[in-house]
Structure formats: C-alpha cells, structure tokens
Design a protein around this ligand. Structure first.
Ligand code: GLN
Length: 196
C-alpha cells in the first residue's frame, strides 16, 4: 500500500495528539466527522474522551451505522481509552439509561468502563507491551480494563493484573493514552499493521 490514510474520529476527545502521532509514525492523517470523511480513509483511530458522549454524537450525526458497517467490512481501527470501550463487543457499566456507550463490535472483548476509576482516577505505569521492545510508559485516565477476550484476540499488555491492550487482526486497543507521552511506538505498531 502507498502511504496509509488514517482518519481520527473527531467528535470529542484528544484528536490533535493522535493526528500528530500518526503523522510521526508515517501515515497521512485527517479528522473524521462526516460520513464522506469516513468513506475516504483506509483506517480509523477512535481517541480517548468520553465514550457516552461520543456514542451520542455518532447517533446524532448519523455516523453510527456507517462506522459499524465499515468495521464489519474489515476496516483497520485503533481505539485508546474511550476508543477501546467503543471498539468492544460488550460494555459493562456502559452508563445511565438512554446515554450509554454503544459497542461498535470491532473486537471480540468485554470491556468495563471506568474500571480503574473506581479505585483511582488516573495513574501511570511502565508496562511490558507485546511486539514493542522495552517498557512503555502508560498514562491511564478513568481507564477501562478488559474482562473477557474472544479466542482470536491477542492480549498485548496488562497493568495491575488487568488486561489493558489487545489486538485482533487489524484492530488494536489500549486502555491508556500513548498519544500523550511522545512515544510513537504504539502508533507505529498500528501503522505497520496497515501494510500486513
Ligand atoms: N471514562 C471515559 C469513558 O467512559 C474514558 C476516559 C478516557 O478516554 N480517558 O469513555
């Protein structure tokens, strides 16, 4: 493939840092807020932010079904934090009735929203990450964890005894925010997955 064009879902959350990280990792990157922008990209990053607000906006902007159908057609995707929650097939503690985070079913996993947040709102940890050399400094902010993975899901990292990074084929998800640290190894991993 020539340079991959990666979209960053830009409804809410930390879009700018992902755009910068993707460009530094060698991809073309632009924001996605409309169906035609979603149709134009090869892959999508769903950033951190608030998964319930993003779900609401996806419905309001008529992006929910187009996004689900691109994922069902095999579009590569990477979700960090709120993005991990949205990529799940099942969400626990999804939010109050009528305002729930909606699973996009991109990865066969059950994710618990705000899971670490019940213990401590945010924390940082140096973690081992499968396929990446050396420790990764991970920033967790009201982060989810993964409670169940399907047979095709590879666990890439754990923190405090919980799964915090997974891969299923061309889908990647982290409970933490690599875009915030200046370390581009996770974005490089995702960009390299696009040419596999
Ligand atoms: N707690 C947020 C949610 O439920 C995720 C936090 C984050 O993305 N930093 O979506």
């Amino acid at each position: 493939m020539s340079t991959a064009h990666v979209g960053v879902l830009a409804l809410q959350g930390d879009t700018r840092e992902h755009l910068a990280a993707l460009r530094e990792a060698g991809a073309e990157a632009s924001t996605v807020r409309r169906v035609r922008e979603l149709e134009a990209v090869d892959a999508l990053v769903i950033p951190g932010g608030e998964s319930t607000a993003m779900s609401h906006l996806l419905r309001e902007l008529d992006l929910l079904e187009p996004l689900r159908s691109r994922l069902a057609d095999g579009m590569p995707a990477y979700g960090s934090c709120a993005g991990m929650i949205l990529l799940a097939s099942e969400i626990l503690d999804a939010g109050s009735a009528g305002r729930e985070a909606t699973p996009l079913k991109g990865i066969d996993m059950t994710v618990r929203r705000n899971a670490f947040g019940r213990q401590v709102d945010s924390f940082e940890d140096d973690i081992t990450f499968g396929g990446v050399d050396g420790p990764v400094h991970a920033v967790f902010i009201r982060a989810p964890w993964v409670e169940r993975v399907g047979p095709e899901v590879e666990v890439l990292a754990e923190a405090a005894g919980h799964i915090v990074a997974v891969r299923q084929g061309n889908r990647l998800a982290t409970a933490f925010h690599p875009e915030m640290t200046g370390d581009r190894r996770i974005h490089k991993l995702f960009v390299s997955m696009l040419s596999e």
